[in-house]
Design a protein around this ligand. Structure first.
Ligand code: PLP
Length: 386
């Protein structure tokens, strides 16, 4: 019997310790972790520098109301502002909260209400972010949703032509993560930029999954020629401690005044201590260059499986957010990979999603690819046997 609401389809695995790219369960089985807490533990599990920074803050104080100045918040905000196109930061505790803040800011700033998002998107599970999420399965049973959310097909340039001047903001992920690891095409982002300008809408980029070095740049949008008005971040920002952030451009700063928005725990000093070291490490040019090199290496190896295994359709992604699209549902494959001690995730019904820590070694990448190939070979064999 469990005392928890059954909101997760949990695997029959209980982890007792985790370090770097590896986790060990209560039966002493060691798994190679290509999930990283769903793009959270970007520096691997229990990173030493982050641990030290958190421990140091724990000995000072754990929480201080946002009625006081908090220098560590300024330091983390500076790191975010200096590596993005934003000028000011609002701290919260999760991706959904960061997107909530973005939606509130966009509505208040423009005086308009309509928020345009895309089919298969994922923006969170609060009422506003669930309403923004273009997936019926996330919304079922919770209606009525918030009004004035419209979903357009992703990567469809023409569909943007139907938008008018009533739009407050267009909000998107530059790689749809939960929706199937689908990168945005350059022309699509270009057209979104033009459309926002034409209709007077703000551009919100949801970097909750793609941010903090995951794609080989500080933020995923930096692969494109685009300057978002608002960027949202969470997941990897605190290396496992709950931190969310909304980063906005200068012109938006005065729209939020004292009392416009807030969060008791937003900018908590322990979470900030973790975020500061995380950003100082990941936003180093050399670190990001290595992410890109590892990405090329891993994608190259995975691409060699296309054509070799009838099961595999396509390999796609950016940086170390990678999807292997298969010709059939992947849930059993994911179970088999786990039985072979490799932890991976689905993204939609047909895509295996790989999210290794950004600190993953080449040797660990080789191990993962070898495991994937072994599992695919066994499936090819069983398909051939029928
Ligand atoms: N936005 C994106 C792109 C996400 O991938 C997620 C979570 O998977 C969220 C928002 C919601 O984040 P959280 O679960 O921290 O609220």
């Amino acid at each position: 019997m469990s005392y928890l609401f059954p909101t997760y389809a949990r695997w029959d695995v209980t982890i007792k310790e985790a370090k770097g790219s590896w986790v060990t369960d209560v039966n002493d089985i060691k798994y190679l972790d290509f999930i990283s807490g769903i793009a959270v533990c970007n520096l691997g599990h229990a990173n030493e520098e982050v641990t030290n920074a958190v421990q140091e803050q724990l000995t000072k104080f754990w929480h201080m109301s946002n009625l006081f100045h908090q220098p560590i918040q300024e330091e983390v905000a500076k790191l975010l502002v200096e590596t993005s196109d934003g000028d000011a930061v609002f701290f919260c505790n999760s991706g959904a909260e960061a997107n909530e803040a973005a939606i509130k800011l966009a509505r208040k700033h423009t005086g308009k209400t309509k928020i345009v998002t895309f089919l298969q998107s994922f923006h969170g599970r609060t009422f506003a972010t669930m309403s923004a999420t273009g997936q019926e399965k996330i919304q079922q049973g919770f209606g009525p949703l918030l009004e004035k959310f419209q979903y357009l097909p992703y990567n469809n340039v023409e569909a943007l032509d139907e938008l008018g001047n009533d739009v407050a903001a267009i909000m998107l992920e530059v790689v749809q993560g939960e929706g199937g690891v689908i990168p945005a095409e350059k022309e699509f982002i270009q057209k979104i930029t033009e459309t926002c300008k034409k209709i007077g809408a703000l551009l919100i980029i949801d970097e909750v999954q793609t941010g903090i070095g995951r794609t080989g740049k500080p933020f995923g949008y930096q692969h494109y020629k685009v300057k978002p008005d608002i960027i949202t971040s969470a997941k990897g920002l605190g290396s496992g401690l709950p931190v969310g952030a909304m980063i906005g451009q200068k012109s938006l700063i005065k729209t939020f005044q004292a009392g416009s928005h807030g969060s008791t725990f937003g900018g908590n000093p322990i979470a900030m201590a973790a975020a500061k070291v995380t950003l100082e490490t990941i936003f180093e040019e050399e670190f990001l260059k290595e992410v890109e090199e590892k990405s090329n290496y891993l994608i190259g190896k995975l691409n060699s499986l296309v054509g070799k295994h009838p099961l595999v359709n396509e390999v796609r992604g950016k940086g170390l957010l990678i999807g292997i699209e298969c010709k059939e549902q992947v849930s059993q494959l994911i179970d088999q990979l786990r039985n072979h001690k490799l932890l991976v995730l689905p993204a939609g019904p047909n895509v295996i999603r790989l999210l290794p820590p950004l600190t993953v070694s080449y040797e660990e990448i080789d191990t993962a690819v070898k495991t994937i190939e072994e599992v695919f070979q066994a499936v090819d064999y069983s398909v051939g046997a029928h």
